[in-house]
Design a protein around this ligand. Structure first.
Ligand SMILES: Nc1nc2c(ncn2[C@@H]2O[C@H](COP(=O)(O)OP(=O)(O)OP(=O)(O)O)[C@@H](O)[C@H]2O)c(=O)[nH]1
Length: 523
């Protein structure tokens, strides 16, 4: 599952991405939620307030219409009271109905509860004596707006009446105008015609919770007094609230009273409709903010890449310190910000230091500490090189004569100084490409690349003489014996070994010959 491992691998870029994208998303989500809640609250309170204001406006207009209707009826009652002998009730009821669109019909009733004038004709007959249950205005003898009632023909009516008294205060009957709530007229138009373009609707209840006006005309007359919003509307107060309608749908309702008739006007709008408008709005916000969000996320991605890139390259190269080119690769890393640049310097320093230490260890492990010449291990490296390159060479095996005596006479420390001095002298004597090694206490091998045997013998003789003349503190003088060996054939491990053995044997012979001399295979 390499891909899965790649996905769950934790690196700086992923961490930066995770952190920043997480923060951006949480911030965006939080802002979105906050905007949603604020807008929701705002929209709900705006809708509640708008509905309350609309209900109040309609209620106020109804109040004005009813009050004006009451004044009209009062005016007619006064006219009839003062001119009953000369003025015709028939003309007055006709004028009452026709002068405005408020009343659908009007009647005058005398002190015997008998109808003496009616307009338009046919709604009720002159001479008709009111039955007991319709004599509210007759008995109460005061200005009155009756409770809504159902006529025989199925109409819902409200009657506005005013008593007629003569100059002596004697009761002569009353005049009343009738409004058919389910027919055309100022009030019913006021209640029915609205400018709602959505599912908002208005209804009116009387003081008993009976519907007087409703968008669904079939419901007029239905008693809805159990509904909480109606109960509040019936309390003759103005306000707004969230409430369920008769179909159990949540509504945002505003209500206001019509004091003249003890009616309540309710305007309500389904809450879901308000919320769906909000949801559309929020979707709109989301779509509009999407391009910026995508651009932001892309910028974050690029920044995460750029920030993590130098560190990632440093980490990768720090794991490859054995690579020869690692320092060059680290130098080429573009560390464009402070921390990465400091880290780059630190890694470069560390690798430099490490290489230095490794080099020193390498040199130490191949070098004789007393003379700083190659030891056996260092020598072997050179022999491997000769074998690989096929380069021929001669070799001198050199040993200090009677060195035990030097040690015995002057002490071991002086002996060491002699060995050191001899090594320096040899190093100064040999050529740049030659190699001097200390292979034993006072035994040395000197390799002379591309040097023939006779030439090597000459060099050995020169060296032997030079050392014999070398001034040495305390000891004064030492001599050395030298054996010469050469690689005669093709260079291989065997021929190299043979050449060294040759030199050793020749050295032995030099010692035997009295020391302070040179021997080779030929002499
Ligand atoms: N001071 C000192 N002495 C060493 C060191 N290595 C070996 N020796 C001494 O070198 C001496 C070598 O003695 P031998 O092998 O008998 O040889 P020699 O006395 O030089 O006599 P020939 O080689 O036969 O001429 C010994 O006494 C060793 O203790 C060293 O590193 N420092």
């Amino acid at each position: 599952m390499p891909f899965l491992r790649y996905l769950v691998r934790t690196d700086l870029r992923r961490l930066i991405l995770l952190l920043t994208i997480g923060s951006v998303l949480v911030t965006l989500g939080n802002s979105y939620l906050a905007i949603y809640n604020v807008q929701r609250q705002l929209l709900m309170s705006n809708t509640l307030e708008a509905n309350q204001r609309y209900a109040a406006k309609v209620a106020e207009s109804a109040q004005m219409l009813l009050t004006s209707a009451q004044h009209s009826v009062a005016f007619s009652a006064n006219l009839l009271a003062n001119n009953l002998g000369s003025y015709s009730p028939d003309e007055e009821v006709q004028r009452l109905v026709l002068q405005s669109e408020v009343f659908n019909s009007a009647i005058v009733v005398n002190q015997d509860a008998e109808v003496v004038a009616v307009y338009p004709e046919g709604t009720i007959s002159k001479g008709y004596v009111l039955p007991e249950n319709t004599r509210q205005s007759f008995y109460e003898r005061k200005p009155l707006i009756t409770n809504p009632f159902h006529s025989i023909s199925g109409n819902v009516l409200v009657s506005i009446s005013h008593p007629i008294f003569d100059n002596q205060g004697q009761y002569l009957g009353y005049i009343s105008g009738t409004i058919y709530l389910n027919r055309n007229g100022s009030i019913s138009r006021l209640m029915r015609e609205h400018f709602f373009t959505d599912a908002t609707y208005l209804y009116v209840v009387d003081q008993y919770g009976e519907l007087l006006f409703h968008a669904d005309s079939k419901r007029i007359g239905e008693n809805v007094s159990q509904m909480p919003i109606v109960q509040q509307a019936m309390s003759l107060a103005e306000g707004s609230r969230e409430a369920k309608n008769s179909l159990n749908i949540n509504m945002l309702a505003g209500y206001a009273p019509v004091p003249a008739s003890n009616w309540g006007v309710v305007v309500q709008r389904p809450k879901e409709l308000v919320m769906s408008a909000l949801n559309n709005q929020m979707m709109n916000v989301l779509w509009r903010s999407l391009p910026i969000a995508v651009i932001t996320l892309m910028i974050i991605w690029v920044m995460a890449y750029l920030i993590s890139k130098p560190l990632r390259q440093l980490a990768k190269n720090a794991g490859n310190v054995n690579d020869e080119n690692v320092q060059g690769q680290i130098v080429s890393i573009r560390s464009w910000y402070f921390e990465a640049s400091q880290l780059k310097m630190a890694v470069l320093n560390a690798i430099g230091l490490l290489n230095e230490r490794i080099h020193k260890l390498d040199v130490d492990s191949n070098t004789d500490p007393l003379t700083q010449l190659c030891n056996r291990r260092g020598m072997q490296r050179w022999l491997d090189k000769f074998e690989t390159t096929g380069q021929k060479f001669s070799v001198l095996a050199l040993d200090i004569d009677h060195f035990k005596a030097v040690n015995d006479r002057f002490g071991h420390d002086v002996g060491d100084q002699v060995i050191k001095l001899l090594a320096n002298n040899m190093s100064a004597f040999i050529q740049e490409n030659d190699l001097a090694c200390r292979v034993g206490g006072e035994e040395f091998l000197i390799f002379l690349p591309d040097t023939q045997c006779d030439k090597a013998v000459d060099i050995a003789n020169s060296l032997c003489e030079r050392i014999a003349c070398m001034p040495i503190p305390k000891v004064k003088q030492i001599t050395v014996s030298i054996g010469v060996g050469c690689v005669q054939e093709e260079v291989s491990a065997r021929t190299i070994d043979l050449a060294i053995k040759q030199a050793d044997t020749a050295l032995y012979r030099a010692k035997e010959a009295g020391r302070n001399c040179v021997r080779s295979e030929d002499n």
